[in-house]
Design a protein around this ligand. Structure first.
Ligand SMILES: Cc1ncc(COP(=O)(O)O)c(C=O)c1O
Length: 441
C-alpha cells in the first residue's frame, strides 16, 4: 500500500478505528498524490521567475484562450472558468456550501463535520461514495421506492447486495417497523450495513416527519450500539423543498454526526436540484462521525481520500460550474430568489395534492404520501402503469414515468399550475379509455 494511504488510514484509525473498518478495499488504498500537484503548488509559491509545472498554456502571463470561447464566458474571467479547479473543489465554494449547510441545519452548529468535497453532480458524489465505502457483497439498504440509478451504481458497478423494505404501510405512513425489522435482521448476519436515506424522496416526494426522523436516528444508533458498523448515507438532492409544517426541515445527517462511534453519516447533495442548476454538474460529499480527540485531522484524511478518488476518475469538477454556483450563493439576491422558486413549487405541490385527491378519481388511483421535492406518485387501481403511460403518450401527447406494475410518477416541478387539473383529467380519461378499450376522441 502507498505510504500516503497508510498514513491516512493511521490518522483515521487513531480517531476512530471503526471508520477504517467501514472503508472499501479501494477506499483503504486511496490517498491524495503529491507528485505533480504538490510540486505545482510549491512552484506557485516559490517559482517567481518561470513556472513550467502545470498542463495548461499561458500567454502574456495569463491563461491562453480562444476569443470564441472567451466571448461565450460572459462576465466570467478565463482564470475562474478555463483553468483547472483542485480535485477537492475550489476552497471558496467549499466554504460557502458548508456555511449554507450550517444555516439550513441549525443542529450542525453543535456537531463536527468535514469540509464538503466537490463532485461532478450528485450522481458522481454517489459513485465516489460507492468507490470509497462499498465492496462487492456489502449490503446496501433502500426503501422499495427509489431513484433507479442507485441500482446501476450499487448493483452493477459495485456488485453490492441490495435489500429493500416497503417504504409505506397499508395506511400510507412511512414503514418504520419494516425499516427497523429489515436492519435488525441484516445486522444479525453482517458486521457492516450501508443505509441509504433520500428525503425529499425520488420518486414519491415524501419526507419524514420530525418524530419519524427521530425514530430513524434511534434505530440506527441502537444497531451501532449493538456492534454493527453503520454508514448512513443521505442523498439530499432535493434538500430544502419541504412544503408542510410537520415535515423534518433539517437533514438527518445533522443528527447522525456524533451519535455513536460505529455510526458514520455521509451527506451527498449539490446545486442540481437545490439551486436549480442541473447542467452545471456540481455536487458535494460531506462526512460526519465520532472522533477521539481533534476531529479535523480525521476529516482532512477523509477529504484527501475522497479527492484522490475524484482525481482518479474525473480529476476535478468543472471550474466554470463551480464559479457560477459560488457567484450565485454569494449574490445578495440568492435567498430571495430561492424563496421565490420555493413558493412556486410549493403552490404546485399543494394544488396537485388537492386535484389528485378529488373523490371522482378515488376508484382509479391512490395517492402516495408526498410533502416535498419535485415528484409525487399515483398507485393505479385498475390498469397497468406501463400500458397507461404508453397510451397517454401515444394518444394524448402526455409523458409520465411508469414504475413497476402500478405506480406512475409525476414530476409536478415541470407543470405550470393551470396544467395540473388538465393532466389529472387526461390520466383519468386514459384509464377510462383502457377500461372500455375505446379510442380517445
Ligand atoms: C435522488 C436523486 N439523487 C441524485 C440525483 C442526481 O443528481 P445530479 O443531476 O446532480 O447527478 C437525482 C436525479 O434525478 C435524484 O433524483
Amino acid at each position: 500500500m502507498n505510504p500516503l494511504a497508510k498514513q491516512l488510514n493511521q490518522i483515521i484509525e487513531q480517531g476512530n478505528p471503526h471508520i477504517v473498518e467501514m472503508l472499501s478495499e479501494m477506499g483503504e488504498k486511496f490517498f491524495f498524490p503529491k507528485g505533480i500537484l504538490d510540486q505545482s503548488a510549491e512552484a506557485k509559491e516559490k517559482a517567481y521567475k518561470l513556472n513550467a509545472t502545470i498542463g495548461v498554456a499561458l500567454e502574456a502571463g495569463q491563461i491562453m484562450y480562444l476569443n470564441s470561447t472567451r466571448d461565450a464566458l460572459g462576465t466570467m474571467s478565463p482564470e475562474e472558468s478555463l483553468t483547472y479547479a483542485p480535485s477537492f473543489g475550489i476552497q471558496t465554494l467549499r466554504k460557502a456550501w458548508r456555511d449554507l449547510m450550517l444555516k439550513k441545519n441549525p443542529t450542525l452548529k453543535t456537531r463536527t463535520f468535514s469540509m464538503p468535497v466537490v463532485t461532478s453532480g450528485i450522481t458522481h458524489a454517489i459513485s465516489t461514495f460507492a468507490d470509497l465505502w462499498v465492496d462487492p457483497e456489502d449490503v446496501v439498504v433502500f426503501p422499495d421506492m427509489i431513484w433507479g440509478n442507485y441500482d446501476l451504481i450499487f448493483s452493477i458497478r459495485k456488485c453490492a447486495v441490495i435489500h429493500k423494505y416497503p417504504m409505506f404501510t397499508e395506511d400510507c405512513r412511512f414503514n418504520l417497523a419494516a425499516f427497523a425489522r429489515t436492519l435488525e435482521d441484516l445486522a444479525k448476519v453482517n458486521t457492516k450495513l450501508i443505509v441509504f436515506l433520500n428525503f425529499p424522496n425520488n420518486p414519491t416526494g415524501y419526507t419524514l416527519s420530525e418524530s419519524e426522523g427521530e425514530a430513524v436516528v434511534e434505530i440506527l444508533t441502537r444497531l451501532a450500539r449493538q456492534g454493527t458498523n453503520i454508514i448512513a448515507v443521505f442523498d439530499d438532492a432535493y434538500f430544502g423543498l419541504f412544503y408542510e409544517a410537520d415535515t423534518l426541515k433539517e437533514s438527518l445527517f445533522s443528527r447522525i454526526c456524533q451519535q455513536h462511534p460505529r455510526l458514520m453519516g455521509v451527506k451527498l447533495d449539490g446545486a442540481s436540484k437545490e439551486i436549480f442548476a442541473w447542467g452545471l454538474r456540481i455536487g458535494f460529499i460531506t462526512y460526519g462521525c465520532t472522533v477521539e480527540g481533534d476531529p479535523s485531522e480525521v476529516y482532512q484524511a477523509l477529504e484527501k481520500k475522497t479527492a484522490g478518488c475524484i482525481r482518479s476518475s474525473i480529476s476535478n469538477a468543472s471550474h466554470m460550474g463551480q464559479s457560477i454556483v459560488l457567484r450565485s450563493i454569494e449574490s445578495r439576491e440568492f435567498d430571495d430568489e430561492i424563496r421565490r422558486k420555493f413558493t412556486i413549487l410549493k403552490s404546485r405541490a399543494e394544488y396537485v395534492k388537492q386535484v389528485s385527491r378529488d373523490p371522482k378519481y378515488q376508484d382509479k388511483w391512490d395517492v402516495y404520501p408526498f410533502n416535498s421535492g419535485y415528484f409525487m406518485c399515483l398507485r393505479l387501481k385498475t390498469v397497468h402503469a406501463e400500458t397507461l403511460r404508453q397510451h397517454l403518450l401515444d394518444h394524448y401527447g402526455v409523458g409520465l414515468i411508469s414504475m413497476g406494475d402500478k405506480d406512475l410518477r409525476i414530476a409536478f416541478s415541470c407543470l405550470e399550475k393551470d396544467q395540473i387539473p388538465i393532466l389529472f383529467e387526461i390520466i383519468f380519461k386514459g384509464i377510462q379509455d383502457l377500461a372500455s378499450s375505446a379510442r380517445p376522441c
